[in-house]
Design a protein around this ligand. Sequence first.
Ligand code: EPZ
Length: 429
Amino acid sequence: MSELIVRKSGPLFGTVLIGGSKNAVLPILCACLLTQERCEIRQVPPFADVLALLGILRALGADVEYDEKKQMVHIQARRMKMGGGGEELAGRLRASFLVLGPILARKGRAQVPLPGGCPIGTRPVDLHLKGLTALGARIRVDHGMAKGRCRILRGTEVYLDLPSVGATENLLMAATLAQGVTVIENAAAEPEIVDLAAFLKKMGAKIQGAGTPKITITGVDSLHGARHSVMSDRVETGTFLAAVAITGGDVVLKNTPNDHLAAILAKLREAGAVIEEGVGSLHIKATGEILPFDVKTMPYPGFPTDLQAVFMALAAVAKGTSVITETLFENRFLQAAQLNRMGAGIKTDGRVAVVEGVRHLTGTAVTATDLRAGAALVVAALAAEGETQISHISHIDRGYDHLEEKLQGLGAEIFRQEEPAREAMAAAH
Ligand code: EPZ
């Protein structure tokens, strides 16, 4: 087991290149199952979740080639099984469930393991199943598997009780090959859904309203192969902006999705950072001093829940008190206990965290409990006195590509090392 060693760093200087979006690339890779033809997907970083999902697509019978250097994937699902295989892989990520809609649409039968992913809540899939059932599928869940059958999927109106990103994506993909028109009401409007819809339209799908709460899909008989370059990652962008904000510095971020960052930039400016927006780039200047701010996570275009933990790290060293409300997940404050080990003054009560800023954090041994909590610990450790050892960094590797190398490139003192045997032994028992 390896760990990240981080020492007080900064100010950070230089340029960093933002990569493709984890939460856009995963559903887009699943969408390749909707056609027998070859698809080419670019700007695909080697996240652990990407490698796991490619393994699942191979287990389903798709031909998959991944050129990690070029960050390009070719997928052709000429033949396709209705499921089976890849159970262990499916347990590692939430997006594994996004093959359900495509397999049902292509094969009329599917057997997909219930998903894994970050332990940030119960994360049921009831909205996925309710929507697919409305389209005509008969689905039952037993022994940890969702087993579905449908003679044909028929378009209908589906209302989502919650604007679920994953449920919207599963339904959107299934509806492209359904008979007739499907309307998804109260759909999620995240940019990653717009990117998925853009790829599906290149495949020949008829979709209107992606990015709004009402998406209309007119089913077609088949879809053809297509090429697509995945949008840039707004969560990686926010993570690097926060790293500069907390250490101070002067950094240019390249290849940023500026059209989708309003909430993130507003909060960072409130916290005292100076950010100039270029064409597909951002230039941040920061002193390292953080002004207090309040955050309430909301569906897009509200403040993204995926940056809540990272911004809690900023609030931990702010010159005052910040209040953070997490409205999407019921257990997404796991980072608070770890930040408190570093000297933070965070009190949580249900979905509200009150963060009393402290003069500085101090380095110690901490654990990454989930993907974005792990990123929060890295950001906090860059400003903490002394050295921080972050264990269980496989969580971080699920959604960040070469995080420590990119931070080293900006002058941060961070490196990966094999966890000493004693810790590994302790962790094993
Ligand atoms: C996607 O998860 C993202 N993951 C998450 O990013 C992100 O936090 C989330 O959307 C919200 O933006 C991927 O895209 C792979 P939801 P998803 O369905 O689809 C409840 C990261 O760090 N719900 O919008 O699982 C659910 O429990 C990850 O990159 C139901 O009740 O999110 C949650 O409380 C973490 N029933 C809320 O809705 C359902 O059937 C939002 O979930 C589905 C969801």
